[in-house]
Design a binder for this molecule. Structure first.
Ligand code: ZN
Length: 461
């Protein structure tokens, strides 16, 4: 359509010209490299890695010191196989050392952009990126959207937690044909209005965090007057669990394609075959490591990423602290890009049971999947697992009409056996989503929490 051609060839280059970005060029490059062979990807990554490491150990204080202390020169890092000569870093190390220790002293200060991300603890994490890095980030995401069948100029809806505040963002929404919807109040009245808006606007793609979309999907399943289906729904920002995906796909009658990103830029988009995610390897190197920091080609490990485009505040071997499952098997879609089978989430969502067994969110979401556990009669809409100080467990459940006492007995029996402790069930009307639009599936209570909570909620005797 003419609108797509105008957006791609006039609006985007003009926007790049005024903002100093290079999204148009990067997107063109990424569309061409989409079917690169493994060797082409490796050669490209190794070449950029050599340049990045040379720049970093010559101009970034933390790495200047590290290279001196470990007698390391840029010549020692020739390919990805040499990456293990460099230290694994994480957010805590970067915070402790301070932003200046990780910032290049040779990169012009007026050409870098400061990013401040809030993170789960609420304490902001600050770092710099470059215009080139930012452009690559947008282009890598756009490529994922193009794969879904969307093009610049096509209508889309973004569902987010906050209302649009800046005039510039609102103007950008008009130019890019984005309808922005805030999820501030997910009351039935608000859900009805959102559904009406989707019905009228007819977006090609809807983008949202999984959790608010899950509530919308449940609402829509009981309001059959809404029938519009977008081409696809794309989720981001939080782990997309199978039962959530299943409900959203059923409600909107369209595929859900998930994406994953983090600071340090391990951008991944779900493959159209639904056989996992492809890493945007032109953007960064994603290592999956075991607990001894050895690379895993098949199996579960944590994500450690190297951003090949950020020369202002390099992220080299940055431990994102998310766990994933990877595979070396080639994808049937023909892409050679590294494949992640599952995004399992944060390290801190690990529940160590009384019997010493460790459980991640995935163990519980699989259990609550109706196709995996038919004994549940498809009666659980939402769940949250709470581990108390004495290691006993409470399952908070939002249930539907199919729920009965034998389902409850089954849950208690099954999990008492698995966890080796007392298990109870608490049926609740809703499980709130947190401020950052995410839901916590596992809560591990600590001594401090209980102390504070009991001060607040215990009535005087
Ligand atoms: Zn694929």
């Amino acid at each position: 359509m003419i609108i797509n051609i105008i957006q791609e060839n006039i609006v985007l280059p003009l926007s790049d010209f005024f903002t100093g970005q290079s999204v148009h060029k990067k997107l063109k490059f990424l569309m061409q490299s989409k079917y690169w062979s493994r060797k082409q990807l490796d050669d490209f990554q190794n070449e950029r890695l050599r340049a990045l490491v040379k720049h970093t150990i010559e101009t970034v204080p933390f790495y200047i010191d590290y290279a001196r202390e470990h007698n390391l020169s840029s010549e020692d890092i020739q390919t990805k196989a040499d990456l293990n000569k460099l230290p694994i870093v994480n957010k805590e190390i970067m915070r402790r050392e301070g932003i200046e220790r990780f910032t290049s002293n040779a990169f012009p200060a007026d050409s870098r952009i400061m990013i401040s991300s809030s993170g789960s603890t609420g304490e902001p994490f600050k770092y710099y990126i470059t215009q080139e890095d930012y452009s690559m980030d947008i282009a890598a995401n756009l490529r994922g959207w193009y794969d879904m069948g969307w093009r610049l100029g096509d209508k889309y809806i973004k569902i987010s937690q906050n209302p649009r505040s800046s005039f510039l963002k609102r103007l950008q929404d008009i130019v890019t044909r984005n309808r922005y919807m805030a999820t501030a109040d997910l009351s039935d009245k608000h859900l009805y209005e959102m559904m009406q808006e989707i019905e009228k606007y007819k977006p090609i793609v809807i983008r949202s965090y999984p959790d608010p979309l899950y509530i919308m999907a449940q609402y829509r399943l009981s309001h059959l007057e809404f029938t519009f289906s977008p081409l696809a729904i794309t989720t981001t920002g939080n782990t997309l669990h199978p039962h959530i995906r299943h409900t959203i796909e059923k409600a909107f009658s369209c595929p859900v394609l998930d994406s994953y990103a983090s600071e340090g830029n391990a951008v991944c988009f779900e493959c159209l075959t639904h056989a996992g995610y492809h890493v945007a390897e032109e953007y960064g190197i994603t290592e999956v490591l075991d607990d001894n920091d050895n690379e895993i080609m098949d199996g579960m490990g944590r994500v450690v990423t190297t951003d090949l485009w950020n020369f202002a505040h390099p992220f080299i071997r940055y431990d994102v602290q998310d766990r994933v499952e990877t595979t070396a098997a080639l994808c049937s879609c023909g892409k050679a890009h590294k494949r992640i089978l599952k995004i399992l989430g944060r390290d801190n969502e690990v529940l160590t049971a009384a019997n010493g067994k460790r459980f991640i969110v995935h163990h519980f979401t699989v259990f609550f999947e109706p196709t995996v556990t038919p004994q549940l009669l498809d009666s659980i809409n939402q769940f949250q697992v709470i581990q108390h100080i004495d290691k006993s467990i409470t399952f908070k459940l939002v249930v539907n009409g199919n729920y009965n006492s034998s389902v409850e007995d089954f849950i208690i029996r099954y999990w008492s056996n698995e966890l080796g402790c007392k298990v109870s069930v608490l049926v609740v009307p809703r499980i709130p989503i947190m401020q950052n639009n995410k839901r916590r599936f596992i809560i591990i209570e600590k001594e401090d929490d209980i102390c504070c909570n009991s001060l607040i909620i215990t009535p005087p005797h």
